[in-house]
Design a protein around this ligand. Structure first.
Ligand code: GTP
Ligand code: MG
Ligand code: MG
Length: 344
């Protein structure tokens, strides 16, 4: 079958079958959050030794999807009662704040080294957000996790995505399908040379759902860390409706939306305002801003714009260079033929 632009498109019945196989395979795996709860307990014990006032919160995919997928990392942030009480407060990005975060993570790394001498640890201070990367355990049982400190935004943005994904039964499946594809194609930042994090892909999924009016806008202000549990509750996945037909249609429509309807030259994927209302011009995300950033030594691109709902002036798609954008389009075109590689 040929699409609007004359591209080959996988037959919908084949896509439905492939999607349904993907879901069955996922459902046959262990997806409960018990392994995460066990890691959470171990991390909490180490955190307690460093500073009894700090509590580790879990965010990222475990919170967004309410399941623990094989191969996903576990994202932790340690918060103190002040951070939690001011649960809608903005996170500071000052050098002083980063210094305090690094200091706590360093002390935590010393305790982790002592308590779990087989775990691999690396403290990364030079990134925008200081992070302690841990490879917990050995072999197939190893769980990778990231620990950050004093930053609420991850907890808030994960709760925001979860609030969208619980509005529509197909949404979590769509997110998982898109994420798996983005990792296989190398477009996901977790792969060397990738350019958009799973978080970025999730915002793209939600933005698409908003554009199609399949979900309604959740005010970003409604997510308050003070109302969120440190360990997100497990939300079992269910077999998709109509043998996966709705999901298959949605998957193919997602790629059609980003290939043919979304206008990367002017439009910004944003969850802050009603879908379709945010432009690059409004945010001053221009070629001039790209050049200015380059002068300061940062590499920021405004070719594929995803506005972070909680960080000020942050494009989650900042690593999409003109070349990567071309690659992204090629992979989307190929996704139309192969149903996100499910038929490849
Ligand atoms: P997997 O770990 O790949 O299964 O997916 P995930 O949903 O956990 O996503 P990821 O590990 O990429 O992101 C987890 C959290 O890290 C998000 O909730 C964000 O808070 C933060 N994060 C990831 N990527 C970005 C980014 O590009 N910008 C910002 N501001 N935060 C990010
Ligand atoms: Mg993660
Ligand atoms: Mg992570």
């Amino acid at each position: 079958m040929k699409g609007k632009a004359g591209r080959s498109i996988a037959a919908l019945c084949d896509v439905r079958e492939a999607v349904s196989r993907f879901c069955d395979e996922q459902l046959s795996r262990r997806l409960d959050t018990q392994p995460v709860a066990e890691i959470h307990e171990k991390v909490a014990a180490c955190v307690q030794t460093v500073d009894p006032m700090m509590t580790p919160y879990i965010f990222g995919s475990t919170a967004v999807l309410g399941v623990h997928e094989q191969g996903s990392d576990v994202d932790f942030v340690c918060l103190n009662p002040t951070d939690i009480k001011d649960g809608k407060g903005a996170d500071s990005v000052s050098e002083v704040a980063k210094g305090l975060q690094s200091d706590f993570l360093f002390r935590l790394s010393e305790v982790v080294k002592r308590e779990h001498y087989l775990w691999g640890i690396e403290l990364v201070r030079r990134t925008r957000v200081p992070v302690l990367r841990v490879k917990g355990g050995l072999g197939v049982d190893a769980v990778n996790f990231d620990v950050t400190a004093h930053r609420r935004n991850g907890v808030r943005n994960s709760a925001l995505l979860r609030a969208y994904f619980t509005q529509c039964p197909e949404a979590r499946w769509l997110s998982m399908l898109v994420k798996q594809w983005s990792k296989k194609t190398g477009l996901n930042s977790s792969v060397d040379g990738g350019c958009i994090t799973s978080y970025g892909w999730n915002i793209m999924v939600v933005y698409y759902l908003l554009r199609r009016k399949l979900v309604t806008l959740v005010p970003v202000e409604s997510c308050d860390v003070a109302d969120i549990a440190p360990m997100p509750p497990y939300m079992p996945l269910e077999t998709p409706q109509q043998g996966g037909q709705t999901l298959a249609d949605m998957l193919m429509d997602f790629v059609r939306y980003y290939l043919d309807e979304f206008a990367p030259e002017t439009e910004v994927m944003s969850l802050t305002r009603a879908a379709g209302e945010t432009t690059k011009e409004m945010l001053s995300w221009t070629k001039q801003a790209e050049d200015m950033a380059r002068i300061r030594g940062e590499k920021i691109h405004y070719r594929w714009c995803i506005e972070d709902p909680y960080e000020y002036d942050l494009n989650v798609g900042r690593n999409v260079t003109p070349f990567k954008l071309m690659l992204l389009r090629k992979h989307l075109e190929r996704a139309q033929e192969t149903a996100f590689l499910l038929l490849a």
